[in-house]
Design a protein. Structure first.
Length: 52
């Protein structure tokens, strides 16, 4: 069983590396396996530098 949790699938017939192809939703249900999301790590500290 596949878990559908995105709007994109990978295209295996390409020599340019990993290529994603958009798959439209059917009745509001996502039909792909990937979403265009990049998780960012929050900074751990704040630092300020002033030059005069």
């Amino acid at each position: 069983m596949w878990v559908l949790d995105g709007d994109y699938i990978t295209d295996n017939g390409n020599a340019n590396g990993k290529v994603f192809v958009y798959v439209p939703r059917a009745n509001g249900i996502k039909q792909g396996n990937y979403d265009p999301v990049i998780l960012l790590v929050a900074p751990r500290r704040q630092q300020l530098l002033t030059l005069g």
